[in-house]
Structure formats: structure tokens, C-alpha cells
Design a protein around this ligand. Sequence first.
Ligand code: COA
Length: 196
Amino acid sequence: MASPTTPTFTTRPLDADTWKDFAALVEDNNGIWGGCWCMGFHPEGLGQDSTAEGNRQAKREHVRKGTAHQILVFDGGDCVGWCQYGAPAELPNIKNPKAYDRELTELPDWRIGCVFTGKGHRREGVARAAVGGALAAIKDAGGGLVEAYPEQVAGRKPQQGAYFHTGPEDLFAEFGFERDRQIAKWRWVMRRHVRP
Ligand SMILES: CC(C)(COP(=O)(O)OP(=O)(O)OC[C@H]1O[C@@H](n2cnc3c(N)ncnc32)[C@H](O)[C@@H]1OP(=O)(O)O)[C@@H](O)C(=O)NCCC(=O)NCCS
């Protein structure tokens, strides 16, 4: 039996049924960065004129249309985190686009976008469950080349995790991702193939 310090998480996709759980987590965390609603990687991005309510509606519309792919992590009935993924056309707005394009030879089949764990649940393995769930969903969808854009951890002073929007490198290394190229002082393109 699991002890209170080793919660067992379940995962579910973000869809019409789980929207309310996702929304509750976002609202409990001040809209995420004051109201981005995890819209940064989507085609609309986060413009100067974007508002929390506009971002919420845009995200909801993506969920309605099936153009948002996100694995939610649940601790019992509570949504406590997620991992966003999708094809490059679905998630075109990665960080450091110029540096990314400079040495681009082939676009991946899939991108991992934002990773998020709610306050009070960090360092319990939520992001690990979320990334594992996203890779399982990618496998079910046919697999292919997957890219992540995580933050380097080694050689850097300890980070609280607040700025690890795209997750820590060590987590992706755990899942077999390997460095492809550096696109910012602390950010790497990491890749792995997922078999169908
Ligand atoms: C980065 C983040 C997703 C990590 O989530 P988490 O659930 O705490 O991570 P996990 O417990 O699954 O950690 C898995 C591994 O990742 C690494 N890791 C996680 N947080 C780390 C940190 N702050 N520093 C260094 N490594 C870290 C570790 O290797 C860890 O394994 P360990 O705990 O056995 O050492 C979380 O800190 C977060 O949500 N930060 C805010 C990011 C954000 O704002 N995203 C929204 C963008 S829309």
C-alpha cells in the first residue's frame, strides 16, 4: 500500500471531461504566471494584448477542437500537474526560436511544451508522471521523434523550479532524451525516438 509520502498518481488527457479539473488547478495557481493558461506554445502565443480571460477562452477552444494535447496528473480527485505535447504545427511558439532555427535540420514529429506542477506538490514525482503519460500517449498515437526543450540543472546554482517551464534536463534524461543542441545559456534541445 502506498504511504502518504509516496502518492500514487493517475493520468488523464485534457479534454471536455477534465477541463474543470485543469481549470481548478490553473485558478489555484493564479492563472499560471498571472493568467497564461498554458497558451504560450500554441499558435496564438502570449501577445502584449492577451488577457487572462482571453487566454482561458483560447485554451478552452483548443480543447473543444482537439488541438490541445496535455496529460493531466491526478492525486485522487485533484489535478496537480500536467505535461503539454503536440505536433510542431500545434505548438509552434517555442522559446529561443532564432537559435533553434539556426541549426535546424529536421523538425520533430512531436514537441513537449510546458510542464507544470501545482504549488504544494512539487518534488513528489508529478512532473515525472506527466512526462511519462505524455510519452505513452505519443506511443499510442504512432510514436516518432520527440523533442523537449528543458533547462540545464547541472553546473548551475540550485533552482526552485519556478522558471523550469519546459522542465529540468535531468527529468528528460531519465526518460532517455539526449542533448541535440544548446539554444540558450541554460536551455537545450533534447531528443528521443518513441516506438509505436
Ligand atoms: C519544473 C517542475 C515542473 C518540476 O515538477 P515536479 O513535479 O516538482 O518534478 P518531479 O517531482 O517529478 O521531479 C522529477 C525530477 O526532475 C528534477 N527536478 C524537479 N524539480 C527540480 C528542481 N527544482 N531543480 C532541479 N531538478 C529538479 C529532478 O531530477 C527530479 O527527480 P528527484 O526529485 O528524484 O531528484 C515544477 O517545479 C514546476 O511546475 N515549475 C513551474 C514551471 C511552470 O511555471 N510551468 C508552467 C508553464 S505554462
